[in-house]
Design a protein around this ligand. Structure first.
Ligand SMILES: [Zn+2]
Length: 304
């Protein structure tokens, strides 16, 4: 469980997902919950200086290696599986990865013979541009927001821009944390995937699919497992609930990729506790997935 973050900015006045007035909204720590669609808007809306501080050098360390042990290799393998799925779901044509990170998904798609490019703030990757989606031209068979839509201050506009870029029948693929999940309820303000103030919108499975329908998309497969991050959400929360102030997620990152300093002893204790609690976290994950209240949601939506 993470320390309470702090940031500056203007108060959120309308829901960033549906535009509804937030005057009467419930306001748990750091967010305003829309009375119409149930989506959370980060409140206050962090200003640029706060975002720069929040993304600091630790978030994307040099050479892109974030996780210790086998974490980075697993990340690459899951991107390869993702590329297979996108290739199946999209009609022939190019794929745009919005929030492409280090470009692992783009590389995996190109290995399959797909034309692919991406958008990201800073990147040396030849197929990634530092652009906003509303500056992109061309036509695409698929647009992917893989754990990136929640980082956008204008998520609905991003979805409408995706619609502009997609050919009829083209697929929009979104993976985000599910704020309607059991783990979101269990851990509240300390939930790993709240990730304040980097996450600017806090969707639920329901508000996501409803908003996509309102934006002219036909909802395809929805999954509580494909977006990943479900077991770690439970495990980090369970470890953080124990006395001792252990932070599992930060402990799993390489030293240069940690937001906070952790002593070797506390790191070892966090990881050992994580190993012990892993079966419990797995069981919780199985239950919430079966109840369709998984910690993350993946949706494929087709442009009508
Ligand atoms: Zn709303």
């Amino acid at each position: 469980m993470s320390q309470i973050p702090d940031w500056q900015g203007e108060a959120a006045s309308v829901c960033v997902w549906c535009g509804y007035d937030l005057d009467q909204a419930k306001r748990p720590f750091g967010r305003a919950i829309c009375g119409r669609c149930g989506t959370g808007t980060t409140d206050p809306i962090p200003d640029q200086a706060s975002l720069n501080a929040a993304y600091g050098a630790w978030y994307w360390p040099e050479k892109g290696q974030r996780f210790s042990l086998v974490g980075d290799a697993l990340l690459r393998r899951s991107r390869a599986a993702m590329a297979d799925r996108i290739d199946e779901a999209a009609p022939p044509g190019a794929i745009l990865d919005v929030g492409a990170g280090e470009g692992t998904l783009i590389d995996a798609l190109k290995e399959k013979g797909r034309k692919a490019s991406g958008l990201e703030r800073e990147s040396d990757h030849p197929d990634i541009k530092n652009q906003a989606i509303n500056e992109v031209e061309g036509q695409f068979a698929g647009v992917v927001f893989w754990h990136s839509l929640e980082h956008m201050g204008n998520p609905r506009e991003c979805v409408l821009e995706a619609s502009r870029l997609l050919i009829p029948g083209g697929v929009l693929i979104i993976a985000v944390p599910n704020n309607g999940s059991f783990q979101a309820a269990a851990f509240g303000d300390g939930w790993l995937h709240l990730d304040l103030p980097r996450h600017l919108v806090h969707l639920t499975s329901k508000s996501l699919t409803t908003g996509l329908e309102e934006s002219g998309f036909r909802i395809g497969p929805v999954s509580g497992t494909k977006a990943g991050q479900v077991v770690i959400g439970w495990l980090d929360g369970l470890v953080g609930k124990l006395p001792g102030g252990l932070d599992l997620y930060q402990s799993l990152r390489r030293k240069s990729a940690r937001r906070i300093e952790i002593s070797p002893g506390k790191r070892a204790a966090a990881i050992a506790t994580g190993v012990i609690l892993f079966p419990v976290a797995l069981a919780c994950a199985v239950v919430e997935i079966a109840a369709r209240r998984s910690g993350s949601v993946y949706v494929e939506a087709h442009r009508v």
